[in-house]
Design a protein around this ligand. Structure first.
Ligand SMILES: Nc1ncnc2c1ncn2[C@@H]1O[C@H](COP(=O)(O)OP(=O)(O)OP(=O)(O)O)[C@@H](O)[C@H]1O
Ligand SMILES: [Mg+2]
Length: 239
């Protein structure tokens, strides 16, 4: 894998253009995710947030520009190679196997040396460990999200992309999950969060990117952003 000479980030997109079947969705998108940081990717519906995550994880190709993980260029690499390089995507809808048990979900992709990381993950998500025999699809939404996070952490990734982790969950559960995200970032994993709860996302983010119509409109610290204008006007709703 070719390596960049610039200081490496956990994930970087450089001047990415991408879309679907001849429709360009992202234009010149550059995004840098420093190691162990939390990056919030915000923007209105249809802005291209999920598409950014697909380009990063390799399910949508970049027609122009570059993607790198931990300093290695992966622009033309398939999704499984990007997973090996340390990227993990938790898609909208959680990406767990609903028909399998919790144990099966956790052991399916157990990498070498995993028992230690399984123990660590279960230390952060003890409720998952108590439900080993349960069919994953029969758990509550919050429990399924915890399982998805737990599964991601067992692989000990460099960067985890979370697309609307709070979708369909009660605010109390969302607060709980956001607390764990902080813990996990402190453990050395970079996170990219796409989130409808804008205020919660800004509270935990080190860096925020604002995407609109496929272009980056703002990037910087949450404190540099006019949050009231953003929440009240830009998104047209309170969060
Ligand atoms: N599989 C697809 N095929 C064709 N067009 C798509 C596909 N997925 C997304 N798009 C289009 O790309 C644009 C960006 O969509 P995307 O899902 O990335 O937005 P988003 O910011 O994640 O929106 P939301 O907040 O609603 O999840 C939209 O116009 C959408 O219709
Ligand atoms: Mg989306």
């Amino acid at each position: 894998m070719r390596r960049l000479t610039a200081p490496s980030a956990a994930l970087a997109l450089t001047d990415v253009t991408a879309g679907y079947r001849g429709t360009t969705v992202l234009r010149d998108v550059s995004l840098t995710v420093p190691h162990s940081s939390i990056v919030a990717l915000l923007g209105p519906n249809g802005a291209g947030k999920t598409t950014v995550m697909r380009v990063a994880s390799g399910t949508v190709p970049a027609t122009h520009g570059a993607v790198s993980i931990d300093g290695g260029v992966v622009t033309t690499e398939p999704p499984h190679r990007r997973a090996e390089a340390g990227l993990c995507l938790i898609p909208e809808g959680r990406g767990i196997f609903a028909g399998l048990t919790v144990r099966e979900n956790l052991t399916l992709y157990l990498p070498p040396g995993a028992p230690a990381s399984l123990d660590r993950a279960l230390g952060t998500f003890p409720e998952v460990g108590k439900r080993f025999g349960q069919i994953a699809g029969t758990m509550s939404g919050g429990q399924q999200q915890m399982l998805a996070l737990c599964r991601a952490w067992i692989a000990r990734p460099r960067v985890v992309l979370l697309d609307e982790v709070s979708m369909g969950l009660a605010p109390k559960i969302v607060d709980d999950i956001f607390g764990r995200l902080h813990e996990l970032a402190a453990d050395g994993v970079a996170l990219v969060i796409v989130e409808q709860y804008v205020r919660r996302a800004l509270d935990i983010a080190d860096v925020v990117y604002l995407l609109d119509k496929g272009r980056v409109r703002f990037s910087g610290a949450p404190s540099e952003l006019d949050q009231e204008a953003l929440i009240g006007g830009y998104f047209g709703h309170e969060s």
